[in-house]
Design a binder for this molecule. Structure first.
Ligand SMILES: NC(=O)c1ccc[n+]([C@@H]2O[C@H](COP(=O)([O-])OP(=O)(O)OC[C@H]3O[C@@H](n4cnc5c(N)ncnc54)[C@H](OP(=O)(O)O)[C@@H]3O)[C@@H](O)[C@H]2O)c1
Length: 350
């Protein structure tokens, strides 16, 4: 197979690239915007893997991802499958225009490029959080409405609709991972976003208060729900499913790649507190005005973009994914406390 990928210099895309190199003999055309970064990635590969990667400079915010006519002509009729993984994984309202430019316009440019190649199959990597403010995630499109927490979710909801609107040109499948975390075997993660953004903020806060005298006995409250859960999925599980999808995904289907028994936020925060050696953190359900100290206000401000996810639980139907992995060597996810601890401790280098 000849496969074209965007986003392979990123956390998930890098893992998928390695997986495809190790488990298949496909040729991989990889769109990169930073050739130096990509060449370093290729230089780190072992054996003849590098010979199966062809790097192409481009940018998904440009029409046809900025590829030249010659490059497009070369690949016309020769690409079997297109993985569109590249995105901006930021949630901030102030970044709305940039988020839409990369995530929505970028998806349109990727779809147009795939169409120009005459690609047969296009995989769009979305997020389970297109579920927005609903609490039950299904493996179907959600309506385009205002029921979302942030421009990231909104850009992904709209991009899913856009992707499926190209179904007359190619077979479209959509994959929706929940919160992607480190490798379940090594804990390793090349990410600054989602859980990693949250952990970094707690780390920064801990260092900040350590500069003031007499803070050792103070408890700092994080607003959230103890009983609600955070849906984490290891990056290697997601990559295994995306690699398998090249053989088994069905056209028009949506696959939730989610955790069937996610940990509670209380359990998760306990693991983070231990790894960070910062036992002064506690979750409270809500705070009346004036109840939080100035430091607590600061702390909750630093993690405010995660608040929507800390305060509620989502449950996701992943029947299509379970069917996809049935009878293969990819097992349905069981993420126990030990694995979660390994992943969290790897971040804090414990
Ligand atoms: N991380 C999560 O928890 C999570 C959860 C659910 C879904 N997802 C989805 O999974 C996908 C991958 O996420 P990730 O965590 O791996 O993100 P990431 O580490 O930030 O990687 C993003 C990738 O997109 C590329 N990219 C960004 N803007 C681009 C542009 N204008 N042109 C070309 N390439 C561009 C980046 O290239 P550079 O290396 O040049 O920056 C990088 O390769 C995204 O679609 C995301 O929405 C992520």
């Amino acid at each position: 197979m000849t496969i074209f990928l965007t986003g392979s210099t990123g956390f998930l895309g890098g893992k998928l690239l390695n997986n495809l190199l190790e488990t298949t003999d496909h040729t991989l055309f990889v769109l990169v915007r930073d050739m130096d970064k990509a060449e370093k990635l290729v230089a780190g590969l072992s054996g003849n893997a590098a010979d199966r990667i062809k790097l192409l400079t481009g940018d998904i915010t440009q029409p046809l991802c900025g590829l030249s006519d010659d490059a497009i002509q070369d690949l016309k009729g020769n690409v079997d499958l297109f993985y569109h993984i590249a995105a901006l994984v930021k949630f901030d309202e102030e970044l709305r225009d940039e988020i839409f430019k990369v995530n929505y316009d970028g998806t349109e440019n990727a779809l147009e490029l795939a169409k120009a190649f005459g690609v047969e199959r296009f995989f769009y990597i979305s997020t389970a959080y297109t579920v927005g403010k609903r609490t039950h995630g299904v493996e179907a499109l959600y309506p385009i409405d205002k029921d979302v927490h942030n421009p990231y979710e909104e850009s992904k909801v709209k991009s899913e609709h856009l992707a499926l609107s190209y179904s007359e040109h190619m077979d479209i499948s959509i994959f929706r991972p929940s919160i992607i975390v480190g490798d379940s075997e090594t804990g390793e993660a090349d990410s600054e976003f989602t859980l990693y953004g949250f952990m970094r903020a707690l780390d920064v806060f801990k260092r900040r208060i350590a500069r003031s005298a007499d803070t050792a006995d103070i408890v700092y409250h994080v607003i959230g729900s103890k009983e609600s859960t955070s849906n984490l999925v290891p990056v290697n599980y997601v990559a295994d499913i995306l690699a398998l999808a090249a053989r088994k995904a069905e056209a028009g289907k949506i696959y939730n790649i989610t955790n069937p028994s996610p940990a509670t936020n209380y359990a998760l925060l306990s693991l983070i507190k231990n790894a960070l050696d910062f036992n002064q953190l506690e979750i409270i359900e809500n705070a009346e005005p004036g109840m939080l100290t100035a430091d607590e206000e600061k702390l909750n401000g630093m993690i405010s973009i995660f608040n929507a996810y800390l305060c509620r639980s989502f449950n996701f139907d992943d029947s299509n994914t379970r069917k996809l992995i049935e009878g293969t060597d990819v097992n349905h996810l069981v993420m126990d406390e030990q694995t979660t601890r390994l992943i969290i401790e790897a971040y804090f280098d414990v």
